[in-house]
Design a protein around this ligand. Structure first.
Ligand code: NAD
Ligand code: MG
Length: 388
C-alpha cells in the first residue's frame, strides 16, 4: 500500500486528489491530511479515508477538530508547525496543494523525508526553485509538476533531450476579463474577477487568472522547473483551454498536450508516474469541438506578464518578492482597498524598491532568506497600498 499525504486537502486541488485516492480503496494508506480552516471538511475526509492524523493550520480551531474527530481514531493537531510535522511523516507520495508561500516549508519537509512531491503549489518554485530542486536531489526525493501547463510540458519531454528544446509555450485562458474593453478593467470587482469562464478553482487563483498574475507565476515556474532560458518561454491566450502547453523542438516540431480541463488528469499523472493508468476524466470529441483558437497574450492588458520577464532576468529572491507583493496586492483588491488595475503597480513598486536590497541577488537561496524577503515584500507592499 502506498502511503500518501495531502497538504491543502480541503481546497480545490486537495479535494480532486482525495477523489482519485478514494476511487482505489486498498491501494493507499492515508498518512496525513491538512487544511487551513475548514474543520468540518477536513474531519469528514480524515474519517472517511482513515487518515493517521488531520491537521488544521488555524490554531484556534484545534478543539473543534478534536470534537469532530472524537471516537474516529484519527489524531488531531493544529498550527503551522504541526502542518510541517505532518508533511515530514514518512510517506511515499505527498500532494503539495496549500495555496501561497505558506506551502513552501511543508513541501520542503516532505522532500527532506525522500517523498515524491506532487507540486500544485507553484509558489514554491517561484519563491525558491533552486532550493526545491536541491532538496529533492540531496534527499532522494522526486518533484513532479501538477500545474496543468507544467504537467503538459513534463509529459511532452518524456524521452526527449532538454538541449533540443527550442521553445516552451504555455497557454492561458485569459480569465474573466479577456473580452472586456481595456478602459472598463479599472471598475472590475473582486466578485467579477473571481468568476472563471472555463472552470472552478479557489478564489485567489481565479482572480490571478483574470489579472494573469497566475500566468506570470507559471512563466517563472517553467523557468525554474525545466531550467530553460526565459527567452525560450512564451505565453499565448487560448480561450478553450484544451491545449495546456506546447514544446517546440530544434527540428520545428511542436508537441501539444491536449485534454479536458479537469485537474484530475495532472494530479493522476503525478500519482501514477512513471506509469499511466485510466483516469475518470472526459474524453475529447474533436469533431464536436470544431476549432481551437489562439490570441496574443497582450502585455498592455496583462502587465503582470512583463513583470514576470523582469523577475526571471533578475533571479535570486526576486521571485519570492514578486509572489509576496502579489499576494498582498491581491488581499488589498479583495478587501476593495485598491482597484483591479492597481495590483500590478503595487507589485512593480515593491520590486523596484527592493531591487537594490543587499542579499536579494543571491544564488544560494535558503528557506530563511525566502521567509525574510517574503516578509519585507509584504511590509513594503502594505506601505505602498496605504500611501495610495
Ligand atoms: P484553494 O484555496 O482551493 O485551497 C488551498 C488549500 O490550502 C486549502 O486546503 C486551504 O485550507 C489551505 N490553506 C490556505 N492557507 C493556508 C495556510 N496559511 N496554511 C496551511 N494551509 C492553508 O486553492 P487551490 O485552487 O486548491 O490551489 C492550491 C495550489 O494549487 C495553489 O498554489 C494553486 O496556485 C495551485 N493550482 C491550483 C489549480 C486549480 O485548478 N485549483 C491549478 C493549478 C495549480
Ligand atoms: Mg496552471
Amino acid at each position: 500500500m502506498r502511503r500518501v499525504t495531502v497538504l491543502g486537502a480541503t481546497g480545490s486541488i486537495g479535494q480532486n486528489t482525495l477523489d482519485l485516492i478514494a476511487r482505489a480503496p486498498g491501494a493507499y494508506r492515508v498518512v496525513a491530511l491538512t487544511g487551513g480552516r475548514n474543520v468540518a471538511q477536513l474531519a469528514a475526509d480524515a474519517r472517511r479515508l482513515q487518515a493517521e492524523i488531520a491537521v488544521i493550520a488555524d490554531e484556534t480551531r484545534l478543539d473543534d477538530l478534536r470534537q469532530a474527530l472524537d471516537g474516529s481514531g484519527v489524531a488531531a493537531a493544529a498550527g503551522r508547525a504541526a502542518v510541517i510535522e505532518a508533511a515530514s511523516r514518512p510517506a511515499d507520495w505527498v500532494m503539495s496543494a496549500i495555496v501561497g508561500a505558506a506551502g513552501l516549508a511543508p513541501g520542503l519537509a516532505a522532500l527532506e523525508q525522500g517523498a515524491t512531491l506532487a507540486l500544485a503549489n507553484k509558489e514554491s518554485m517561484v519563491c525558491a526553485g533552486p532550493l526545491m530542486l536541491a532538496t529533492a536531489r540531496r534527499h532522494g526525493g522526486t518533484l513532479l509538476p501538477v500545474d496543468s501547463e507544467h504537467s503538459a510540458v513534463f509529459q511532452a519531454l518524456v524521452g526527449e533531450d532538454i538541449a533540443t528544446v527550442e521553445r516552451i509555450v504555455i497557454t492561458a485562458s485569459g480569465g474573466a476579463f479577456r473580452d472586456w474593453p481595456l478602459e472598463q478593467l479599472a471598475e472590475a470587482t473582486p466578485e467579477q474577477a473571481a468568476t472563471h469562464p472555463n472552470w472552478d478553482m479557489g478564489q485567489r487563483i481565479t482572480i490571478d487568472s483574470a489579472s494573469m498574475f497566475n500566468k506570470a507565476l507559471e512563466l517563472i515556474e517553467t523557468k525554474e522547473f525545466f531550467g530553460v532560458d526565459p527567452a525560450r518561454i512564451e505565453a499565448v491566450v487560448h480561450p478553450e483551454s484544451l491545449i495546456h502547453a506546447l514544446v517546440g523542438f530544434c527540428d520545428g516540431a511542436l508537441m501539444a498536450h491536449v485534454g479536458p480541463h479537469d485537474m484530475r488528469h495532472a494530479i493522476g499523472y503525478a500519482l501514477h508516474h512513471p506509469d499511466r493508468r485510466p483516469l475518470p476524466v472526459a474524453r475529447l470529441d474533436l469533431a464536436a469541438l470544431g476549432q481551437l483558437t489562439f490570441r496574443p497574450a497582450c502585455e498592455v492588458r496583462w502587465p503582470a506578464l512583463r513583470l514576470a520577464r523582469e523577475v526571471m532576468q533578475t533571479g535570486g529572491l526576486a521571485g519570492a518578492v514578486f509572489n509576496a507583493a502579489k499576494e498582498t496586492a491581491l488581499d488589498a483588491f479583495i478587501a476593495r482597498r485598491i482597484r483591479f488595475t492597481e495590483m500590478t503597480g503595487v507589485v512593480e513598486a515593491v520590486l523596484t524598491r527592493l531591487s537594490a536590497h543587499p542579499g536579494h541577488n543571491v544564488d544560494d537561496i535558503t528557506l530563511d532568506k525566502v521567509v525574510e524577503a517574503d516578509h519585507l515584500a509584504r511590509v513594503t507592499a502594505q506601505e505602498i497600498v496605504q500611501s495610495r
